[in-house]
Ligand binder design. Structure first.
Ligand SMILES: Cc1cc2nc3c(=O)[nH]c(=O)nc-3n(C[C@H](O)[C@H](O)[C@H](O)COP(=O)(O)OP(=O)(O)OC[C@H]3O[C@@H](n4cnc5c(N)ncnc54)[C@H](O)[C@@H]3O)c2cc1C
Length: 230
């Protein structure tokens, strides 16, 4: 297994100003926000921005494509959270400061098949990557409930194999939709044939740790790229 840690931040520390344009709730737990795009601000699909607000910093992956006129994010509403609550409640027109783009969680073409694995809002960088023309790969999205499967219509049309993996819903309710019952690690263990892959993992650190162990045991010679949200 080759492990590459992409979270070396800071490619450009200039502070930019942006304005909240719109908010759209995707479920009770997550929302999308659209921000004005300062000029010049260039980024690659999969990169993040870092907000600077009241003396603290928070990173968010861009879901918009590099050529889109605005910047968009997919944010989990953390009930007792500091900044996600600010983003969830700010009025359109509110200005924010950020730096970026940051990070290296970008698609690296190779001869190995790419397996994209996300939990929850860890789906965010794959929205941008999918929108930038990368297709034909497998995407596993691990969530607790069906309503957390944001962007599924978009992914179905782009990815060769889009597999929602749902852990907290009875299997009988998932069957009519063809969804996998279980965690992303269960799907990988049961369904991926022995080969070398490029794994792109984004979301909770527990998922990333568990997939890394599995790759180590079952898919030697694979590459792993990670983006840890929480
Ligand atoms: C490189 C990078 C990219 C990221 N991209 C995204 C993104 O695209 N979308 C996104 O929603 N988040 C993303 N995050 C996480 C984000 O930066 C914040 O950490 C998150 O929004 C919580 O911030 P907060 O200020 O609201 O909560 P905090 O005030 O930092 O935390 C409050 C409490 O909630 C807990 N908590 C923090 N985060 C979570 C969580 N995700 N789930 C459950 N409990 C939590 C903390 O342990 C703490 O107890 C990213 C993080 C990194 C490092």
């Amino acid at each position: 297994m080759s492990f590459e840690q992409p979270q070396v931040p800071v490619t450009d520390d200039a502070i930019q100003t942006t304005e909240l344009l719109k908010r759209r709730w995707l479920s009770e737990k997550a929302f999308e926000i659209e921000l004005s795009r300062p000029a010049p601000f260039e980024f690659s699909a999969g990169q993040t921005i870092r907000f600077i607000h009241d003396g603290f910093e928070r990173y968010y992956s861009l879901i918009s494509g590099p050529d889109d006129p605005t910047l968009s994010l997919c944010v989990r509403f953390v009930e007792k959270g500091t900044f996600s609550v600010v983003l969830a409640t700010a009025e359109p027109g509110t200005q924010f400061q950020f730096t970026g783009p940051h990070g290296y969680f970008t698609f690296k073409p190779s001869r190995r098949q790419a397996i994209f694995v996300a939990t929850g809002t860890g789906i965010a960088p794959f929205v941008s990557i999918a929108g930038s023309g990368v297709g034909g790969f497998m995407l596993l999205h691990g969530v607790s409930y069906m309503e957390d499967l944001y962007y599924q219509d978009q992914f179905r049309s782009i990815f060769d194999k889009y597999v929602p993996c749902i852990s907290n819903t009875p299997a009988k309710d998932l069957q009519p939709h063809g969804f996998f019952h279980g965690r992303v690690t269960d799907y990988i263990a049961r369904n991926l044939s022995a080969a070398q892959y490029d794994f792109y993992l984004c979301g909770r650190q527990e998922m990333i740790r568990d997939v890394m162990h599995l790759v180590d045991e079952r898919f030697p010679g694979s590459f792993i790229y990670t983006e840890v949200f929480f």
